[in-house]
Design a protein around this ligand. Structure first.
Ligand SMILES: Cc1cc2nc3c(=O)[nH]c(=O)nc-3n(C[C@H](O)[C@H](O)[C@H](O)COP(=O)(O)O)c2cc1C
Length: 232
């Protein structure tokens, strides 16, 4: 695998971006981080929070981050046909085909999405609904999501921003996020959250008193936890 060295997080509107640490040892088994920017507003508040976290992670040797902008990833909504209960795959051929495999391969999945109308934005919700294929695999077809040796070693992260200052503004989004991680075999106890309210216009997150420091600290904490779990 030859990832493009990419530390400029404001690069063009490519849905898939790879970046690795310039200090990376290029281990044959890197820690794989899948970063998903869920907002339709590119480089807005939630994506900035995501960039801070993954940049802190990518500073660590052996971490490979792949970032996906959902708004450009062609993930259609679920059709509710339940065909995945028989087929073990979705009937739709779109960007979810690629994302499906990446969700399985990642050691850490970081989902960033803003709050729209008191819930998670539609782009992120479409991804969550399309994860129904994993629910069918797990509970209807009784097939594994990840091999047994990887179970309990993966981490999930939810990053979010909201314009209002209400402390309950993230409450409706969290159950959907837990549902998403649950069906892809990341347990509630393996989830991390960083959610900042009171940031509305694009760039407001940069003026938040502790968002950047919290994001940096979370990135470091995640890498430490992943190294301990994966023994690397
Ligand atoms: C359609 C829409 C609905 C929104 N609804 C809410 C809301 O219910 N509560 C809130 O606190 N902020 C709401 N916001 C504000 C966003 O959550 C806020 O601007 C957020 O930081 C945007 O993140 P982004 O730049 O990553 O898109 C809404 C914004 C939009 C565009």
């Amino acid at each position: 695998m030859v990832p493009l060295l990419q530390k400029d997080l404001n690069s063009p509107t490519t849905p898939f971006l790879f970046f690795i640490s310039p200090h990376a040892k290029r281990s044959s088994m890197p820690i794989r981080v899948l970063a998903i920017a869920g907002s339709p507003r590119r480089h807005g508040n939630s994506e900035t929070l995501l960039d801070w976290v993954i940049s802190a992670m990518a500073d660590s040797p052996d971490v490979v981050v792949e970032k996906i902008a959902l708004t450009e990833a062609d993930v259609n909504p679920c059709r509710g046909c339940n065909a995945c209960e028989k087929l073990n795959r979705c009937v739709q051929r779109d960007g979810m085909d690629t994302l499906h495999d990446k969700l399985i391969e990642a050691d850490c999945i970081v989902l960033a999405a803003p709050i729209f109308c008191m819930g998670i934005c539609a782009q992120a919700k479409a991804l969550i609904d399309r994860a129904q294929v994993f629910r069918s695999r797990k509970y209807v077809l009784h097939l594994p999501i990840v091999p047994p040796e990887r179970k309990g070693k993966r981490l999930g992260v939810f990053l979010s921003t909201a314009g209002q200052n209400w402390d309950y503004v993230f409450d409706a989004a969290v159950p959907s996020v837990k549902c998403f991680f649950h069906v892809i075999d990341v347990a509630d106890r393996d989830l991390f959250y960083l959610m900042k309210n009171g940031v509305d216009e694009a760039g407001a997150i940069r003026r938040h008193p502790n968002a950047k420091a919290d994001a940096d600290a979370l990135g470091i904490q995640l890498v430490d936890e992943l190294k301990a779990r994966l023994g690397r």
